[in-house]
Design a protein around this ligand. Sequence first.
Ligand SMILES: Nc1nc2c(c(=O)[nH]1)N[C@H]1C(S)=C(S)[C@@H](COP(=O)(O)O)O[C@H]1N2
Ligand SMILES: [Mo]
Length: 443
Amino acid sequence: MTSYKGPRQAERSLPELYRDDPERADALAWGRRGALRGTALATMGAALGAAIPFAGRMPAGTLPELLARPAAAQTAAPQVFRMEGKNDLILLGDRPLVAETPESQLDEPITSARNFFIRNNGQMPEPVSDPDSWTLTIDGEVNTPLSIKLGELRTRFPNVTLQLQMECGGNGRGAYVPQTRGNQWGNGAISNAEWTGVRLRDVLNAAGLKPSAIYTGHFGADPHLSGATDRQAINRGMRLAKAMDEDTILAFRMNGAPIPQIHGAPLRLITPGWPGSFSQKWLTRIWIRDKIHDGAGMGGTSYRVPVKPIVPGSDNNGADFAELESMPVRAILSSHAHGSRLPAGTRGLDLRGAAWAGDLTARAVHASVDFGATWTEMQVAAPANRHAWQRWQGRVALPSDGYFEVWYRATDSQGRMQPHAAANWNPQGYSANAISRAAILVG
Ligand SMILES: Nc1nc2c(c(=O)[nH]1)N[C@H]1C(S)=C(S)[C@@H](COP(=O)(O)O)O[C@H]1N2
Ligand SMILES: [Mo]
């Protein structure tokens, strides 16, 4: 990667310049007082291939999203992940395998297996030939440790079928400045499948919790990335209250079919509304603890966020951080892909998407096409059940052809809105729920 040499090097595009030297790029594009300069506006227009009708409403310092984040069509093709039974996903890593769902593919009310994101921390275990003989162990602070086969689990406890949102704790991480460690997710590490299973609490009650029981610890059959047999790929645990929530389930079916191997067959936890890392795949054991569980992925800066904000980019061992539990409010736009081009004369957009807010609900979704100067309230449907995402839709008007951005943001049931920029920076980049922006070109 070469560095930016000066404004006369026409082959350096604004996005490249922003990538290599953001401060200089801002100075060139915006000038000292933050006003968009005529030449920069022309450069942007040329780079975008369209005029910006609402340029006058752009807050100082706003770089058009299409320059900051080129759409797939504008860049060398992003790494595509292809697998039988899957639509094309965006490959974020192959060891371990991590693949994101393009936001516009999340247009189904119930996320199909084909469009379900993938987040492995270790290797993939081998599929089993007889799922019913898969054994789950419940031990630790219980009166009667259980070793129960899936065949018995399914028939002994009431079955429930629920739509449940499951979102990676790092969803949206790519928006953090400065960049953090971890997979640079966009908004696509979210799913809302229909899961069938038994309530974890029914199984824990059958084992009988001792008064000392306060936490769980989850074990899966996936080998550690290094191959070491004495290490877990991931081994997280949760407060007992969440384990006893009626929506926390031991799932053995997804969308009316056996769970695909890559998503944790034949048995996985679904801990909806909390970071996906609580939803252990290939589940073999739940250890009931008398203290906060201390397995792989617990403590320090793992799935923990600052209670008092820290300086972005600073070192911190996370000792004063708190567990990230209920995920923050977020909306996705599924009707239009970022960078879409629509026919000249298009004067309105029928927008659609989903919104959710961890253990809470989304109270509202708003969209803006003039860089946040005015917002239109969308219609938000009730969730199919608690912990399901909510679909939203609505129409916005466009005054002319040109370059527009759809800004979309959700508000949770306690009135908290998505922030304009990814807030509460933390070393591993959890909980980034900045307002999202999708560029749309008309004409
Ligand atoms: N056994 C096991 N369970 C796991 C993981 C893993 O690597 N191994 N990854 C966790 C993380 S970080 C997430 S976000 C979800 C992703 O589930 P998915 O791959 O089905 O989308 O699974 C969780 N459960
Ligand atoms: Mo995750």
